[in-house]
Ligand binder design. Sequence first.
Ligand SMILES: CC(=O)N[C@H](C=O)[C@@H](O)[C@H](O)[C@H](O)COP(=O)(O)O
Length: 509
Amino acid sequence: MTVSLLERLEGGLIVSCQPVDDGPLDTVEAIVAFALAARDGGARALRIEGAVNVAAVAKACDLPIVGIVKRDLDGFPVRITPYLDDVNDLADAGAHIIAVDATDRPHPVSVPALLAAIHARGRLAMADLADISEATHAKALGFDIIGTTMSGYTGGPIPREPDLEFLAACRTLGGTVVAEGRYNTPAAAAAAMRAGASAVCVGSAITRTEHVTGWFRSAVDGAAASRDETVLALDIGGTKTLAALVRDGIVLDRRTLPTPGAVATPEWFDSIAGLVAGWEGRYRRVGAAVTGVIDDGHWFALNPTTLSIPERTPLVAELERRLAVPTVALNDAQAAAWGEFSRGAGIGRDMAFVTVSSGIGGGAVLNGRLITGARGLAGSLGQIQGSPAAPRLESRASGFAIAAAAGAAGHPADTRAVFAAADAGESWATGILHAAAADLAIGLCDLQRMLDPALVVLGGGIGLLPAFRAVLDQELAGLPSRLRPAVVPAQLGADAGIIGVADFVCAPA
Ligand SMILES: CC(=O)N[C@H](C=O)[C@@H](O)[C@H](O)[C@H](O)COP(=O)(O)O
């Protein structure tokens, strides 16, 4: 019996039928109805709170039941099945498995005593736990099932995501492990199975209609509100800072300031605050798109020759202190990628954005999400080298590189002059453009190899020049067709960064 019940759970979905306390669905009838509906949907077992509910469900439905009793106790933080009487009531009601809070917190009755009582009634014992040391202890005590139920609920803010790391650690202990807690989507439940769960227990997403309604409502509210929200967008580059009020992709007002030699000093932050003076009250949030890398709100130089900033500048904190509203910062090319995805050339597609201007930057949007990376580096195409001795792509194929190559060949170090000379058929200029485009073409094929996006949206002052595009297309044509990206021109032009970062600030979480 014992072995067969654990075997029955293996690979199954457990549905926790615990409606919101005192809500309209918190009735015995509704809980039985949820249980029957879960059974019809393919649940392998049920988790039911309260002996009365367990008895009613056991009568109506023959699925195995994980029974619990929840209590709010004076003087003890634990809530799940704290007393021996609770264990006995659940056993009498027909629970096949009894779960208790087995966290390392004060209990009115010891965990070993609860475990012994469960086993004395011939039931399987499940330990609801919050971390791996508790799980190791529970396993040693002799619990039949380890559950990740309490992770995130024993202190601190409740995370949004389930704790797959704890689950994977539990798996190493062997035996039956139930993934439980915030498995709110089918994808998350599948991820739990891949991480080694024996079974997944889902509650809120199936039986807490108020919560699910709230998730949808806040997504809809956020998206609707973002259409009416004006964001202060900053685009901080090597030569200038652009400040704009942006609403629903439209730039309502704009001001610029030349970027001085010393950036990220207190005076420079003050000058940004001065630039937007008079706009107070017209925006409630700020988005900053910057040259460089943003890691956890801190700003790092990507290429100090383009924009030199002190290491680990607390950009978000400095802006929030002066502008007194919540602020989000992104790398400028990542912001532009999001803009082109949201309302430009890449709407709704897996896409990479590449900007070729004085430098080269990039960003990627996959599965509808902007990929910023673990440390903010994702998409930094201009910084790829290929070999230790090779200069970065940005030093070989950007506007700066084209000008430098012209200077080195004894011509004016001026990108426009190179294009004009190429247009006039001068072979030295054509050669420089082909060399730059050949390097960029290889970089784009490398990008295709890494992410295989449906589109590469090409922007930037050079990237959008038809003359450069023609040369690039010739270079791409010489590369294997399977690697060649589908390149389309960007649509948002120089405003992609501010529009993108404003959209990103507004995108519902
Ligand atoms: C921490 C705690 O008290 N968890 C409770 C345990 O029974 C329930 O409130 C949860 O709904 C259940 O664990 C299922 O989790 P989710 O509702 O996230 O799918």
